[in-house]
Design a protein around this ligand. Structure first.
Ligand SMILES: [Zn+2]
Ligand SMILES: [Zn+2]
Length: 395
C-alpha cells in the first residue's frame, strides 16, 4: 500500500458518499467503524452496492449496465464493454487505461463487482402526476435521474421503515416489526455485519462478504452473460460473442478462486495482513477525523428511512409530531407508507451522523393523518401550514 493512495481525494469522497461496500472478512479491522468520512480502501472491496437511483447508464453502450463493474474512480460499466475498452488497443494485453469518462488512470485488476439495489420505496401517485405534464413530456425513466434531481418529490408516496443505530458507530439496523421491547438494541455492535444479516444489504455502509454470497453473485452474472452470448450468436456478432465468452471465462475463474480467497486455513497469514492494515488505518483515521461532526456517546438513535435504503428521511416537524403521539422514539411505527407534501435537501444531523459528507440527503415533510391522532394533527396544524407556506415559491 503506497502512502500516496491514502491521500483523500474529492473523487474518493464521492465514491465513499454514494456507494456502500462489501469487504473481505480478513480486512474487517481496516474499516473505520467510527468516522464515516474515512474513505474505504479499494483493495479490500469485494463488491460495491449501488442504489439504482445513483446508477447511470454504461457510458460505452448507453444502456443499463449489464454485469456491472466499477472502476476505482466510481464510474460503472458493463463487464463486456469495459473489457472491450481495455483490449481495443495496439497492445491487446494492455491492462491499464484512462477512464473513458473522467480520464483517471484505471486498471483491470481494480474493477469491482457491483450489486445494483432496485428502487421501490418511492411511488408516484397517478392522480398527482397526471397534473405534472412537464415530467410526462420529458418521458424520463426513474433510473435516468441525474445527481441534481431530488430523489423524491411532493405528490409521491414513500415507504419508510424505522432504523436504529448507536451514536458511536456507523452501523444501522431495522427495528424488528414485532419488537415490543428494546432487546434488539444489543444485536448491534461495532463489528461489521455479514451481508447475510437481515437489513444489511439495504442499509449498512459496510458489510462482510461471504463465499456463498459471492458465488451466488457470480452465478447470476454468468446466467446474464450466457443470454448475451446467445443473442450475439443470433445476431452473428462474432466480435461481441468473443468478448462475452471471455467475460464468462473470467467470472468462472473468479468463482473458482473463491475457495482459496475464503478458505478458513488462510487465517494465520491473513490475520497478520489485517494487523498491518489496521495500524495504518488507525493513523489514517486520526489524520482525517472531522471534529465538527455532530456526535453523541452511547446514545440510541431511531429514525425512519426509505425502505430501499435511499437517503430519504422525515422532516423534523414530522418527528416532533410522532414524538408527541408515541412518546419514546422506539415506540414509533416500524413501517408506514406516507404521502409527501414538501421536500428539502438536508445537511447531516446527529441521528444520521453515520452518513458521509457529500451524501445527497432529502428530508420529506409528509402527511401523518391516519398515523397520529386527530388531536396531534390539530396541535401541529399551524406549524404544518407555516412550513408548507414557506415552501411555496414567492409570487
Ligand atoms: Zn455497456
Ligand atoms: Zn471514471
Amino acid at each position: 500500500m503506497s502512502s500516496q493512495s491514502l491521500i483523500p481525494h474529492k473523487r474518493d469522497a464521492f465514491v465513499n458518499a454514494n456507494y456502500r461496500f462489501l469487504i473481505h472478512p480478513d480486512s474487517r479491522d481496516t474499516v473505520d467503524v467510527v468516522n464515516p468520512d474515512t474513505n474505504v480502501d479499494w483493495d479490500n472491496v469485494e463488491q460495491v452496492v449501488v442504489s439504482a437511483a445513483n446508477c447511470s447508464n454504461c457510458p460505452v453502450c448507453l444502456s443499463t449496465p449489464s454485469v456491472p463493474r466499477m472502476a476505482k474512480c466510481g464510474h460503472i460499466f458493463c463487464l463486456a464493454c469495459i473489457s472491450q475498452f481495455f483490449t481495443v488497443q495496439a497492445n491487446p494485453y494492455r491492462t491499464e487505461r484512462g477512464c473513458p469518462i473522467c480520464m483517471k488512470h484505471i486498471e483491470r485488476c481494480d474493477l469491482r463487482c457491483v450489486r445494483i439495489i432496485d428502487c421501490f420505496a418511492i411511488k408516484s401517485d397517478k392522480k398527482m402526476s397526471s397534473d405534472d405534464d412537464e415530467s410526462d413530456q420529458e418521458d424520463k425513466q426513474d433510473d435516468e435521474q441525474t445527481d441534481e434531481e431530488p430523489s423524491v418529490k411532493p405528490g409521491q408516496t414513500v415507504d419508510f421503515c424505522l432504523l436504529h443505530r448507536k451514536s458511536d458507530y456507523v452501523f444501522v439496523q431495522p427495528v424488528p416489526e414485532d419488537s415490543t421491547n428494546t432487546s434488539f438494541r444489543s444485536n448491534i455492535s461495532k463489528k461489521i455485519p455479514f451481508v447475510s444479516t437481515k437489513g444489511v444489504l439495504e442499509f449498512s455502509r459496510y458489510m462482510l462478504a461471504t463465499r456463498k454470497h459471492m458465488e451466488a453473485e457470480f452465478e447470476r452474472e454468468q446466467s446474464t452473460l450466457e443470454i448475451e452470448a446467445i443473442e450475439s450468436l443470433t445476431l452473428k456478432d462474432a466480435n461481441q460473442l468473443g468478448t462475452v465468452t471471455k467475460c464468462i471465462q473470467e467470472i468462472e475463474t473468479s468463482n473458482e478462486g473463491l475457495s482459496q480467497r475464503y478458505s478458513t486455513d488462510s487465517n494465520s497469514t491473513s490475520m497478520s495482513l489485517a494487523k498491518t492494515r489496521a495500524s495504518w488505518a488507525a493513523g489514517y483515521r486520526r489524520a482525517t477525523a472531522n471534529p465538527t461532526r455532530p456526535a453523541g456517546v452511547g446514545q440510541d438513535y431511531y429514525f425512519h428511512q426509505a425502505v430501499d435504503g435511499q437517503y430519504v428521511y422525515l422532516n423534523s416537524l414530522n418527528i416532533r409530531m410522532l414524538r408527541h403521539e408515541f412518546g419514546d422514539y422506539c415506540n414509533f411505527p416500524k413501517r408506514f407508507s406516507l404521502f409527501v407534501l414538501y421536500t428539502e435537501e438536508a445537511t447531516i444531523t446527529p441521528y444520521i451522523a453515520h452518513l458521509p459528507l457529500y451524501c445527497n440527503i432529502t428530508f420529506a415533510l409528509v402527511d401523518l393523518s391516519g398515523v397520529v391522532s386527530e388531536p396531534t394533527l390539530k396541535r401541529f396544524e399551524n406549524d404544518m401550514a407555516q412550513r408548507l407556506d414557506k415552501s411555496k415559491p414567492e409570487p
